[in-house]
Design a protein around this ligand. Structure first.
Ligand code: GLU
Length: 380
């Protein structure tokens, strides 16, 4: 049987790439590239998701705080991204590493065909020993359509490459029982086997100075990564030279173990990578069926109301009267059409519609039931 290469996604945050004065931390980049070259020789496929573009751009322009103006922020990202790659490449050359830059936007995940192109590119890069260096395309992304933070971005890469492990390097040692900056008795949690509300409570607000993601985005990332079969570790970027121990011994930081029941790829995509363009509120009968995990088609008869505007084939959320997220799916009708036919039996719809439409609003084959209530926290 062919040997399975280990696949590891590594994310490093802005706060770890800067020194105390806000200048680029050459030391950490040097240590990172050195470790990467050792790991590549051990046949490990690596993906680096790096933040730092905006922070470095701000630095180059001598700005002390993040610009409020969107286009200036984007200009910082364009400037900083180029600088970031320049520095990475300088140290990669020292260790004979090949790096390839990929800048992504939310659309690259939302459109399934674009996601498959990206998957092919990553595969070709691995085959040619090129380490993908990924960031969000901040120079073009605007707030409403952004992935927003690189913890989430890195976790979305995991199902694409069937990653074994996602490592989030940050300026904290891992997940604590309480905020360690405030409480002396806070202790580091070594292993998390199940992510529930108590884990989110423990993820107290330890947001770092220059990065985007706090602990909450890291737990969201853990939900996404572990549900597609990857383990995830949060640890301090100071440990970057111990990457081999982190990967093989998993003894540093906090380990989130992969879930026993892995969500199949298409369902994972539907749940986590697509933003619901709108929602339909369903009655108690439909709610009951979905809660029993029955994959049913949603008929207009069971729909109480429509929220937002969407077109046929858009992804929408299916929610209860209380606002609980029950399922997600591809709509067979536009919001306008659903509004027109909601609550009506199929026979009546045929009579009143001026043109033929499908009899279901969402077909069972395009629907995924949200079994874990906790996913509702991160699905927008
Ligand atoms: N993409 C952003 C940047 O490079 C960072 C996002 C984050 O820190 O999570 O500046």
């Amino acid at each position: 049987m062919a040997k399975q290469t280990l696949k590891v996604v590594i994310k490093i945050g802005s706060s770890s790439l800067e020194d105390e004065q806000g200048y680029i931390n050459y030391n950490i980049i040097n240590r990172m590239m050195k470790t990467f070259s050792l790991l590549q020789k051990k046949d490990i496929d690596l993906v680096l998701v790096t933040s730092g573009a905006i922070a470095l751009g701000m630095n180059e322009l001598h700005l002390s705080s993040k610009p409020k103006d969107m286009s200036l922020k984007q200009a910082c990202a364009a400037l900083g991204q180029a600088k970031l790659m320049e520095v990475y490449n300088e140290f990669a050359a020292k260790y004979d590493l090949l790096l390839g830059q990929i800048l992504l936007s939310h659309d690259d995940f939302e459109k399934r065909n674009r996601m498959l192109y990206l998957q092919n590119t990553l595969k070709a890069m691995f085959e040619n020993n090129i380490i993908p260096v990924i960031n969000e395309n901040d120079a073009l992304a605007v707030e409403e359509i952004k992935v927003g933070d690189n913890d989430t971005l890195a976790s979305l890469i995991c199902p694409m490459i069937n990653a074994d492990l996602l490592i989030l390097f940050s300026d904290i040692d891992g997940l604590y029982t309480k905020n360690p900056k405030i409480y002396d008795d806070a202790t580091l949690i070594k292993v998390v086997n199940k992510i529930d509300d108590s884990i989110f409570e423990e993820a107290s607000s330890s947001t770092s100075k220059v990065g985007t993601g706090g602990m909450e985005t890291k737990i969201n990332a853990a939900l996404i990564a572990t549900s597609c079969g990857s383990d995830m570790i949060i640890c301090n970027a100071k440990e970057i030279s111990s990457l081999e121990d982190i990967i093989f011994k998993k003894n540093i930081g906090t380990l989130f173990t992969k879930q026993n029941s892995v969500i199949p790829s298409k369902e994972h995509w539907l749940i986590f990578k697509t933003k619901g363009k709108g929602s339909i509120v369903v009655d108690e009968g439909v709610e009951e069926e979905l809660k029993k995990d029955t994959k049913i088609s949603i008929l207009p008869k069971g729909i109480l109301s429509v929220q937002g505007e969407f077109l046929k084939d858009d992804i929408i959320c299916i929610i209860s009267k209380e606002g609980e997220l029950l399922a997600k799916g591809k709509s067979s009708m536009s919001s306008f059409e659903i509004n027109f036919v909601k609550g009506l039996p199929s026979s009546k719809i045929k009579e009143i519609m001026p043109y033929p439409i499908r009899k279901e609003a969402v077909h069972a084959s395009n629907l995924v039931v949200i079994k874990e209530k906790i996913y509702g926290r991160i699905i927008k």
